[in-house]
Ligand binder design. Structure first.
Ligand SMILES: *[C@@H]1O[C@H](CO)[C@@H](O)[C@H](O)[C@H]1NC(C)=O
Length: 359
């Protein structure tokens, strides 16, 4: 008994007194990010204007860290509350949108996921209502002849992977957060979306990577860029769908896409866009991939993913920083260093902390 207590005490000491480096770095990177937060708009500052869909991503990341780290939680709750109150009607210079709605289905999808994450953090149903409202609006005037997959923009033809992945992910997340008939409806909607998304020669190519879009004419893969966020949102969506259905086929397919990304889009083990010079938007994408990988890892833990995230977090922190900000390439030679590149950097620190407790 004494020996047991002694060992137990030692392990308690270890977890309580060794301050986890990843968490300390994530906290510090978020402090830097908050210097770029405008509390009167609820949005983070970009190169010229306030950031819109990127702000939804930043909020999601902050929320995930608030769920992970009890010391950060109260700060995360405050940021969520203020952003909810102030950002719903966007400033005129970036579109003057109301209730986070605009013509872009992906923009609305990012905000919807941010409010789902906010619900997870706070259990306040107002966030879930906002997420559902946006999910419904994503389908307004956007369904296509490709089995009802959705368009990138209301009134135009382009059918992007990102919009359809976000749509699937939201439906699957909602299925796990409502009950009864509603649960069954969202689960069925998510399963149908996956069935249509996953058809041969649609979004997923022979290398098990997701291209940017399909042709509106014949619903076939357009072979456009395999951005990392296209590989990432689907991972979180399929992890939620596996949880909602108890079917492992979804995470099996997610694992194929994840492993292909770790192989084909990660030279030297570092996650890298297939395009060299990233702009403000492109610099945000890697964050969505690592967030999706952490969600998949939470559903089906895999030491390879945990190790990949740790390696990339260390690279972003040790090599990717220019001054206080993490740049657009975690290898350290990135030429875009601003709010969105830093946001992706926070994502990898948080994702690595989730996958490697106490590292
Ligand atoms: C915050 O946003 C408001 C409204 O757009 C603007 O007037 C103000 O200058 C911004 N503050 C900072 C510090 O950028």
């Amino acid at each position: 008994m004494k020996l047991h207590c002694f060992l137990f005490a030692v392990s308690c000491l270890f977890t309580e007194h060794v301050i986890a480096q990843l968490e300390r770095n994530a906290q510090s990177a978020i402090d830097t990010m908050q210097q770029r937060y405008n509390s009167s708009t609820g949005l983070w500052r970009g190169v010229e204007n306030p950031l819109w869909w990127e702000s939804a991503n930043i909020l999601t990341t902050i929320t995930k860290f608030g769920i992970h780290d009890p010391y950060f939680r109260p700060t995360a709750v405050q940021i969520v509350q203020n952003t909810f109150d102030k950002s719903r009607n966007a400033p005129k210079e970036i579109g003057g949108y109301t209730n986070w709605k605009n013509k872009f289905t992906d923009d609305m999808g990012w905000w919807s996921l941010a409010w789902i994450a906010s619900y997870d953090l706070t259990a306040d149903p107002k966030y879930l209502s906002a997420a559902i409202d946006l999910f419904n609006d994503m389908q307004m005037d956007t369904t296509t002849k490709c089995d009802g997959l959705i368009k990138w923009q209301k009134g135009e033809g382009y059918i992007t992977a990102i919009s359809n992945e976000l749509f699937l992910s939201i439906a699957a997340h909602l299925a796990n957060r409502v009950s009864g008939d509603q649960k069954a409806l969202y689960r069925a909607r998510a399963e149908k979306q996956w069935q249509d998304f996953n058809k041969p020669n649609r979004f997923i190519n022979g290398e098990k990577l997701i291209n940017d879009a399909i042709h509106a004419t014949d619903c076939t893969n357009n072979r456009d860029t395999t951005w990392t966020y296209n590989q990432g949102v689907i991972l979180g969506g399929l992890a939620e769908l596996a949880r909602a259905t108890q079917k492992t086929q979804y995470t099996d397919r997610a694992n194929e896409i994840a492993v292909s990304t770790l192989t084909r889009l990660s030279p030297g083990g570092i996650l890298t866009e297939p395009v060299q010079n990233l702009d403000q938007q492109g610099a945000q994408f890697k964050g969505a991939f690592v967030r999706g990988l952490a969600a998949l890892n939470a559903q089906v833990p895999n030491p390879r993913y945990a190790s990949f995230l740790k390696t990339n977090a260390d690279a972003a922190w040790n090599r990717g920083r220019k001054g206080e900000l993490i740049g657009s390439r975690w290898q350290g030679d990135g030429n875009f260093v601003h709010t969105t590149s830093h946001a992706s950097g926070i994502d990898v620190l948080v994702a690595a902390a989730q996958a490697n407790p106490n590292a």
